[in-house]
Design a protein around this ligand. Sequence first.
Ligand code: GDP
Ligand code: MG
Length: 177
Amino acid sequence: MSSGFVAHDYQFKVILCGDSDVGKSNILGRFSRDEFNPSSKATLAIEFSTKVILHEGKRLTVHIWDTAGQERFTALTRNYFRGAVGALIVYDITSVESFNSVPRWLSLLRSHAHPATVVCLVGNKIDLEANRKVPTQSGSDFAKAHGLLFHETSACTGVGINLTFHQLIVSIYNAVS
Ligand code: GDP
Ligand code: MG
C-alpha cells in the first residue's frame, strides 16, 4: 500500500446498562482485554474501550462505554446515551432483583437513546448455574416481547461474550449499511 493511512469504515458507540454488580465492567474487560477481575471495585470515571472488528471487508470500530458506577444513583448523564447505536442491558441470572430492573433500563434507553438503537438483553454469570434464580426462558420471553437480541454469558469463563458483541455489532452494521 502506498499510504500507511487506513480509514475506519464505521464507528459505533455501544453502551452498557444494568444494575450494579451484574458484571458489566467484567463483560467489557473480557471482550476488550480478555481479562476477568474477581474483586471488582466501582468504576471511578466514565470510560470506554475501543475494539476494531473486521466484517465483510469493513473495519468496524466500536467504542463500548461503561457506566462508571453511576447506575447506583441512576445518574447517568444524557451524554452517556447520546449517539449510542447499540446497548447491552445486563442482569445477573442469580439475582431476581437485577432482572426486575430490566424494564426500567429499557425505558431509560428508549427515552434517552436513538429509537433505532439495537439492544441485546444479557443474562450474565451462567458459571453460577447452581444458584440460578432467573430461568433462561424468562430472559428470552422478555427479549422476544420487546424485540431485543438475547444471550446468556459468563464474564468469568468467557462463554457467550464474543458471540454477544459480534451479533450486536453485525446487527448494527446491517441496520446502517
Ligand atoms: P458491574 O457493577 O455491573 O460493573 O459488575 P462488575 O463487573 O464489577 O462485577 C461485579 C461482581 O460480580 C464482581 O465481583 C465480579 O467479579 C463478579 N462477576 C462479574 N461477572 C461474573 C461472572 O460471569 N461470573 C461470576 N461468577 N462472577 C462475575
Ligand atoms: Mg462496573
